[in-house]
Design a protein around this ligand. Structure first.
Ligand code: HAM
Length: 419
């Protein structure tokens, strides 16, 4: 049998209800905060990602699905959405209409990482980006909105981790201080970090290898090297989050895995997913738009890992899986014909209705009703049809009442919507 590719997964009917709920909750919340949806292609020119995420990052060096198309152009299956959003902002001159754009997008991303729980090669992200605002107040607003989404989904076992990565003015001094530190612990670093130390020292702080983590435990932190402006920006973000009652912790080690970040960076972390603790991550990328050939506009955004979020929402909402409203147990040919008509009419009224057109007996039909998690079952045989009344059973209390066949759709509609 042909199986799916390692690291890829099917999202099965039992799970899609939860995914839809999360997507709808996010979209409606983001739209209330003034965001508009943007839909982007999955394939982009490879250069878009190497120039934005950074060619010395794990994503670009090792994880991208890149191939030459038939004409020999290098194209990549997007590993993230921020670069594509920025590309679209520049390409469609969205800034000419209004430099401030608040955009969100939901869709699959691809990274060839080692698969494990919470880590897939095709995974889904919910992204939100604010382009064109440099005020630290918007950083707080965005983090507030993200925290609110977790609240609305009844997820409580998460914490906001916050850091600042400075700007091109203060970062070089910090990088030199970090390099001086790293040269003292070189022998303790993994082979990758030996190279990173020269090319991209910040990445060493992000390494997951235990020996490297121990070696950098006392490494200098960017927040101790911020310039006056970055310091003031960070202070306002922290004060605004306090004013908005968003709890957070300062995480001096948080560097993120992409090179475009400046100033505010953050992650939502959880203990519920084993090694994969980040459910969402984001930050400012004030230099990215200009570096990709657009106007000098600041920006900030985040991406939520939808697969990971669905896993923790499922843990927190064990009883959330919803069943149907009504199952029509039709016994006999005449009853099945009537059930077809009734079920179509009730479905059109927004009442989730199922029926069964096979020749099962009552026992078999009740089993199907249970499998559907039906709240109510309407039992109608040819005999009931002749007598002019069917039986409606409340599946939670097991109470039964009689419902007139004449005007049955209206009768059921008022009964079921009232309960
Ligand atoms: P990221 O931290 O690379 O940031 O990814 C964001 C989230 O996507 C992670 O916190 C995680 O939940 C999820 N994720 C990443 N890789 C995987 C994977 N292999 N399997 C499952 N989930 C995964 C970005 O992508 C940035 N573009 C975020 C951003 C937007 N920054 C500014 N704007």
């Amino acid at each position: 049998m042909i199986q799916l590719i390692r690291g890829f997964k099917d999202i099965l009917p039992g799970e899609t209800g939860l995914w839809q709920k999360i997507e709808k909750t996010a979209a409606s919340l983001f739209e209330d905060f003034g965001f508009c949806e943007i839909r982007l292609p999955i394939l982009e020119h490879t250069e878009l990602f190497s120039r934005s995420i950074g060619k010395d990052t794990d994503i670009v060096e090792k994880e991208m699905y890149t191939f030459a198309d038939r004409k020999g152009d290098f194209i990549t299956m997007r590993p993230e959405a921020t670069a594509s959003i920025v590309r679209a902002y520049i390409q469609h001159r969205m800034y000419a209409v209004d430099p401030v754009q608040k955009l969100y997008t939901i869709g699959p991303m691809f990274r060839r990482e080692r698969p494990q729980k919470g880590r897939y090669r095709q995974f889904y992200q919910i992204n939100a980006e604010v382009i064109g605002v440099d005020s630290p107040l918007v950083d707080a607003q965005l983090i507030f909105m993200l925290a609110e989404l977790f609240k609305r989904l009844s997820v409580s076992d998460v914490s906001v981790h916050l850091n600042s990565l400075g700007c091109p003015k203060c970062r070089p001094d910090f990088t030199r201080a970090l390099q001086r530190f790293l040269s003292k612990v070189t022998t303790q670093l993994c082979a990758d970090c030996q190279k990173r130390k020269e090319k991209n020292p910040l990445r060493v702080l992000d390494c997951k290898v235990l020996a490297c983590r121990e070696a950098v435990a006392d490494a200098p932190a960017m927040i101790d090297h911020l310039c006056g402006e970055c310091e003031a920006h960070f202070t306002t973000v922290k004060n605004s989050l306090n004013n908005l009652s968003v709890q957070f912790e300062i995480d001096r080690r948080l560097v993120r895995g992409l090179d475009y970040y400046t100033r505010t960076t953050f992650e939502i972390q959880t203990g519920l997913l084993g090694a994969q603790s980040a459910v969402a991550g984001g930050g400012r990328y004030d230099g990215l738009i200009e570096s990709l050939g657009g106007p000098a506009q600041p920006a900030i955004g985040f991406a939520i890992g939808l697969d990971r979020l669905a896993e923790i929402v499922a843990v927190n909402n064990k009883d959330a899986a919803g069943g149907i409203d009504l199952f029509i147990a039709a016994l006999g040919e005449k009853a099945k014909t009537a059930a077809l008509e009734w079920s179509c009419a009730l479905s059109l009224c927004g009442i989730k209705t199922e029926t069964d057109f096979s020749n099962k007996g009552l026992k078999g039909l009740m089993k199907r009703a249970d499998r559907h998690g039906a709240g109510w079952v309407l039992i109608a045989g040819d005999k009931e049809l002749d007598e002019g009344a069917a039986v409606l059973r409340d599946m939670s209390t097991k109470e039964q009442l009689s419902v007139k066949i004449e005007g049955i759709v209206e009768n059921l509609k008022s009964k079921l919507t009232a309960s």
